[in-house]
Design a protein around this ligand. Structure first.
Ligand code: SF4
Ligand code: SF4
Length: 226
């Protein structure tokens, strides 16, 4: 199970900014188990946003948001609700936010931070990759993770070494920052490139004790003591 933590409501509200019409999407997979998602959490967020003056155009839970085919089929009947939204708030791990960002023409704001893959990965093996940084920034990068798409993990733009849109470290690999530029252009959000992204906080590399307090982690610790 991929373990996630909820971003503080204040941070989410600040990120949404002037976007007042929001569509809420949640993953019915891992976040349900981690209690960072599920229908109750989504409905609570709807209430909170409405109290703060936002309008929620729709709300949906999809079994596995990391699978783009599922997102497409489940959202087909909800097109008008998505179109009415300025942006989408996604309750899932980084893989789900990446998949949603590819399918939709809106900024997808992560509502959760991905902390650890927790020993079992039940995720769909698509091309999306997350490095469990614990502070998801995909809404600023067009849904492309700079930590897994740029070998130098650059957070604020390309290194200028790219050639024909390929990475200087590997001519067979797309430059992550070119992908970010193209995706932001596709959704009409190139202005987001002007926002400074804070350096990654590596103190979050080790999941918190609370997250490590699962049966599997405990089993691992016991095995090490034998
Ligand atoms: S920014 Fe990248 S590494 Fe961090 S949680 Fe999001 S997808 Fe994962
Ligand atoms: S060419 Fe692009 S992907 Fe490669 S290291 Fe430079 S910025 Fe990163």
């Amino acid at each position: 199970m991929i373990l996630t933590e909820s971003k503080p409501v204040e941070e989410i509200v600040e990120k949404l900014g002037k976007e007042k019409n929001i569509f809420i999407m949640g993953c019915g997979g891992c976040p349900e188990g981690a209690e960072t998602g599920g229908k109750k959490v989504l409905n609570e967020m709807k209430k909170t946003l409405e109290q703060k003056g936002f309008s929620v155009t729709g709300i949906i839970e999809i079994d596995f948001i990391c699978q783009k085919a599922l997102i497409r089929s489940r959202l087909k009947p909800r097109t008008s609700e998505i179109e009415a939204a300025d942006s989408v708030l996604v309750f899932s791990c980084g893989l789900g936010v990446q998949a949603a960002s590819e399918v939709l023409d809106k900024v997808c704001h992560p509502a959760l931070n991905t902390m650890t893959f927790g020993g079992i990965t039940g995720m769909w093996h698509g091309k999306e990759r997350c490095d469990t940084c614990g502070s998801c920034i995909l809404d600023l990068t067009g849904g492309i993770c700079p930590y897994t798409n740029c070998p130098k993990m650059l957070e604020n733009g390309a290194c200028a070494g790219q050639s024909d849109d390929k990475c200087e470290t590997d001519p067979d690999r797309d430059c992550g920052w070119v992908l970010i530029y193209k995706n932001l252009k596709r959704i009409g959000k190139l202005d987001l490139l002007e926002q400074f992204i804070e350096p990654r906080d590596y103190r979050k590399a080790l999941p918190t004790e609370k997250l490590r307090n699962s049966r599997l982690w405990a089993y691992d610790e016991e095995a090490a003591d034998e």
